[in-house]
Design a protein around this ligand. Structure first.
Ligand SMILES: [Zn+2]
Length: 143
């Protein structure tokens, strides 16, 4: 970790605190003694494998957006907690890259627990990148 003030490469960690999806560390530069805070995201190096075969960095905002699209006007805290649950599940899988189909399934599971309408709405978007038979099966489980 380089010091943002003097670029010295050695800093001391004064305090670490686990936040919802990241680690906050209070650091002090050993050379210039300036203090600063860093946020380390556990999903930093996680990548996703798209159906097209393309690999791209994991972006929790995309989960958030797809949930938002499915749920429409809902309280932000609900969307955030849903998205966080999905993110934790994806991180727990410890596969890198993670197939987008797996992420989609996690979102579906969480949505189903919460709201049937939202679940169906998301599933109808999701089916475009998934096997239609799987979508049918999914539908049967809620209708
Ligand atoms: Zn420094």
């Amino acid at each position: 970790m380089f010091c943002p003030f003097c670029s010295h490469e050695d800093t001391k960690v004064l305090e670490s605190r686990v936040l919802d999806s990241s680690m906050r560390r209070r650091r002090e530069c050993i050379k210039c003694k300036n203090r600063f805070t860093t946020y380390e995201k556990a999903d930093f190096q996680l990548t996703v494998l798209k159906k097209s075969g393309k690999i791209q960095p994991f972006d929790s905002n995309k989960i958030l957006q797809s949930i938002q699209r499915a749920l429409g006007k809902v309280d932000d805290t609900i969307i955030n907690s849903l998205s966080l649950k999905v993110e934790r599940k994806v991180l727990k899988k410890k596969t890198n890259p993670v197939p987008t189909s797996y992420i989609g399934k996690c979102v579906l599971t969480e949505l189903r627990k919460m709201n049937k309408i939202a679940y169906l709405r998301f599933a109808s978007v999701h089916k475009e990148i998934e096997d239609p038979k799987m979508f049918e099966k999914e539908l049967q489980t809620v209708v």
